[in-house]
Design a protein around this ligand. Sequence first.
Ligand code: NCD
Length: 473
Amino acid sequence: MAEMPALRHITSINDLTNDEIERVFALSETYLSELGDPVIPYRIARGTTTATGRILASLFYEPSTRTRLSFESAMSRLGGQIITSADPATSSVAKGETLADTVRVVSNYADAIVLRHPRDGAARLAAEYASVPIINGGDGAHEHPTQTLCDLFTLQHENKQLRDLNVAISGDLRGSRTIHSFVYALARFGANIMLMPAKGMELPAHVDQRLREEFGCRPVPKSKYRKENSAVDALYVTPDKPHQLSLNVGIEPAVDVQIRKGIDVVYVTRFQKERWAEASTDYPKIDAKFLKQSKYASTSVLHPLPRVGELDVALDSDSRAVYFRQAAYGVPVRMALIDLLIGREAGLTRYAAGFAPPSYPLYDQRRDAGIRCPNPNCITNEPLEQAYVRNRFWALPSPTPHGQRLRCIYCEADAEAAVAGHARRLDFEPVAQDHAAARGPLPQHLVFFHSEADALAAGYHPRAPRRRAAAAR
Ligand code: NCD
């Protein structure tokens, strides 16, 4: 019997290796050169047949213009067909159907599903129930990996090599899913990341922590850049050279020079009003005045769009404005991704489980009691999905001040477990500091709680000191 190719999902930019991202870009370049518009070079004008007979489903629970239409245009250019559900009011979700059921059904109607959803981590849940690849078209404030592919391709195509590129990112760094995928990728390709958040809209703590702990980013002391870059709130260099990695105080003169060489990219984002309870005041605006300093002389201005006032329309005719080309590249890039996933070029089958192999032990809470993801917008906190989703976390090696750090496998936000319970004996004790080493598979009976109060409320009682001593032996 022929071996079934492993199913592949793209829920995070980290589901793709750097090599795979480069393969997507190489194929995107081929499409641009072979099928591009002779007059408007960034526009795809002709089609091919590499996805003939294949169907792509768009399942959009949130508004979209670029992502949905460029995916659909891409599929059409590949000779494939599209089916679309873009209005929750006219689909079964209005009748109370779960996402898990919907993707199980739609999997039988299409060869891949592009999903956009307001809940963080929805793409990962969908991937657990789908029998075809799920492509995350934006899930809450979590990630938007295919936008990042477009962003990186834009820079590469505009002759900006990612290594050592100085990239400033402005606006709502907390609510913008595009930025979360983007910063991981910048770090992985060795760019320097300069954060210019609107007040109170800094990167989520877990994204910041991952940049430093998993992606080799080194924070640069403010004294090194603040004089010339007063708008920059945090700056990370992502050294690829071991001698830079081993530094523990300050930064080397070479890096210093690097930071002073100017800002190669300004990535602007809108205030994500749908993810905040209150309106924003004092939101940064990028205009010609902002860009007049010499360090911006050869910058490229990117924006995932839509813009709603934070990016001056007067910049549209400025040679540094790249955002409309960036939106146009959505077609060749998504053509390449679809083709590599389900078309004639299909080859993205590297991970048997469909995801990047996890490097941490899994804590799978098979019970009602226990810790929950603290992110209120996480798909695990969606009442409709309760029968389909369990609280599951990666047990991370770095401890928090009060116990075990856990990462939700869906939305990737961090939780903190101060207390470890025993599911059969119904007793608990504080999480030992060295628990965080998370040595190998976690015991079946283990139940983590956020706090002692939560454990008591769930009917657990403090472990007797005698048992604690025995457990320690
Ligand atoms: C982005 C999104 O939906 O996250 N739009 C897009 O896909 N290009 C950015 C945004 O909505 O601000």
